[in-house]
Ligand binder design. Structure first.
Ligand SMILES: NC(=O)c1ccc[n+]([C@@H]2O[C@H](COP(=O)([O-])OP(=O)(O)OC[C@H]3O[C@@H](n4cnc5c(N)ncnc54)[C@H](OP(=O)(O)O)[C@@H]3O)[C@@H](O)[C@H]2O)c1
Length: 273
């Protein structure tokens, strides 16, 4: 299988690329930090044999159209097509909407929504040359049920989900599958690289998944063609509550958000994805 994995320099993307290569896929990885991608390649070579796939790195900023074009060009030149595009790269932001700048919203939307959408657009001809082609989008539970103090991130992940649902039906006619997996809080560098966010802001969670586990479940979703999968029990409960008891969910989230014991140094608290 020929796979593109975005955001492979840490967390879920790193593990996805590693596990895909170990199961024999050829993987093109991208992210801004070249040294991390080199480290990923080195790790994939430990214990490698003839069944291990190769990882190739193309570092760059995914919000730059020229970098997205370079990714597609490389795949045309080297592979002639791709079988799977994994849109994983992303970033969050925490803090009240009222205090935030327009710039924060734009930056979050650029990396979490416009970049994967436009990369998918230019990769479509490559996918049409693929075998059982699929687009796998890494969403979030917060793309199913929004929480306070993450308005930009929730908006971006809701947008990604709406777009995925729409093109899933369009691309079915072209035999390209569109899948989405939605993790809950995952132990990664996500909370170290929040966009325009006070570093003192604390976040809390009901349970934390490992990136290895999230990657395993995402690959399972790909193999089994699961169209829209929420990965944790806590995430499923939140989404279920929000769907059937929206007012109660609002009430709980309001109380939780106001609870002094949960507040960080800035006086704000938050619920992790
Ligand atoms: N961690 C969670 O709690 C959680 C929960 C639900 C969903 N998710 C989703 O899971 C996905 C992966 O997140 P993660 O938890 O693995 O976080 P992470 O460890 O911070 O990884 C994010 C990846 O995205 C890349 N990235 C960010 N901005 C980029 C840009 N402008 N251009 C290119 N690459 C960029 C980063 O690489 P560079 O910095 O090297 O560019 C990094 O490889 C995201 O879509 C996130 O929304 C995470």
């Amino acid at each position: 299988m020929r796979v593109i994995v975005t955001g492979a320099s840490s967390g879920i993307g790193y593990q996805l690329a590693l596990q895909l290569a170990r199961s024999g896929s050829r993987v093109l990885v991208t992210a801004r930090r070249k040294e991390r991608l080199d480290q990923l390649i080195a790790e994939s070579l430990v214990g490698a044999d003839h069944t291990t796939g190769q990882i190739h790195a193309l570092p760059g900023n995914l919000t730059d159209p020229a970098h997205r074009a370079a990714i597609a060009d490389w795949c045309y030149r080297e592979w002639g097509g791709i079988d799977t595009l994994v849109n994983n790269a992303g970033a969050g932001a925490i803090g009240p909407f009222a205090d935030a700048s327009a710039d924060r919203l734009r930056r979050v939307m650029e990396i979490d929504f416009f970049a994967p959408v436009e990369l998918t657009r230019i990769c479509l001809p490559l996918l049409l040359n693929g075998i059982s082609p699929a687009v796998l989008n890494i969403g979030s539970v917060l793309g199913h049920r929004a929480v306070p103090d993450k308005s930009e991130y929730c908006a971006a992940k809701f947008a990604m989900r709406g777009w995925s649902e729409s093109i899933r039906v369009e691309l079915a006619q072209l035999n390209v599958e569109v899948l989405m997996v939605s993790p809950s809080t995952t132990k990664s560098e996500f909370f170290d690289s929040l966009v325009d966010t006070n570093p003192d802001i604390k976040s809390r969670s009901l349970g934390i998944m490992s990136p290895e586990r999230v990657a395993q479940l995402a690959i399972r979703a790909l193999v089994k063609s699961k169209r829209d999968m929420i990965l944790s029990l806590g995430g499923k409960v939140l989404v279920w509550l929000g769907r059937f008891f929206p007012r109660l969910t609002d009430f709980i989230l309001t109380r939780t958000n106001d609870d002094d014991s949960l507040k960080g140094a800035t006086g704000k608290s938050s619920t992790k994805p």
